[in-house]
Design a protein around this ligand. Sequence first.
Ligand code: FES
Length: 279
Amino acid sequence: MNKVLAKKQLGPEVFQLEIEAPRIQKRWKAGQFVIIRPNSNSERIPLTLVQSDADRESITIVIQAIGNTTKETVEKEPGDFLVDVVGPLGEAASMCEGQRVVCMAGGVGVAEVLPVASAFREAGNHVTALCGARSDGLRILDAELKTSVDDLRWATDDGSFGFHGNVLQLLQSFAQPGDFGVGHVIGPIPMMKAVANATRDWGMKMYASLNPVMIDGTGMCGGCRVTVGDKVKFACVDGPEFDAHLVDFDELARRNRAYREMEQRVLADHVCRIGLGGA
Ligand code: FES
């Protein structure tokens, strides 16, 4: 059982939870994740580790409440408990030093890119962060990013803040092949695929942090299988980060879609049971 120490709402559907987890706090590295179960009858969900606090022996995760289990999680209040928090899982993000690095994120992926961008900077790189949101009011973690990178730029779909467009268009608006030696991207699959395709001939390494369906998080169930180059990998133990230029994003999208109907059925049932299902 892990106690919720603090909760903060970052956006209409996005919440930050600080959770007591002394052993994870001591060992985690940027890019790793935890698998949580808010209640004993909940499914397991993977969530990126965003921050930690050694004095409070805590970790921080960011959750977008869009499914049944994520909604159950954000219903927790300080003093409540999560029944399981397992981690740190996965491999740490690939690091380098003395490079110009671009970190790109869309939506709630901005939370994952924060520790990775900070780690790149601590390792001695010049870090540019390109972050996307649908509109100004949906931007998250702006203050934290400002103090963690050298150059922070925002793109919004409606142009209400920063560049009018998406993060790939923002990159293409000011950068040329050769400007960056290393990149890291996280966000919706079409966005990561577009970034991979656009930078394939830029002579840079581009890493993508993938978000496949995960079940056990230990490499046993096969749920998170992805194809990278000609190799089958499991995102929970071999990733979640892989060479973006080698990932089969179409297969990843197909596999994630396979569970959508079931997820919607479970969510509809949850909404019905808590009395929001209409008459
Ligand atoms: S989540 Fe089961 S193999 Fe990765």
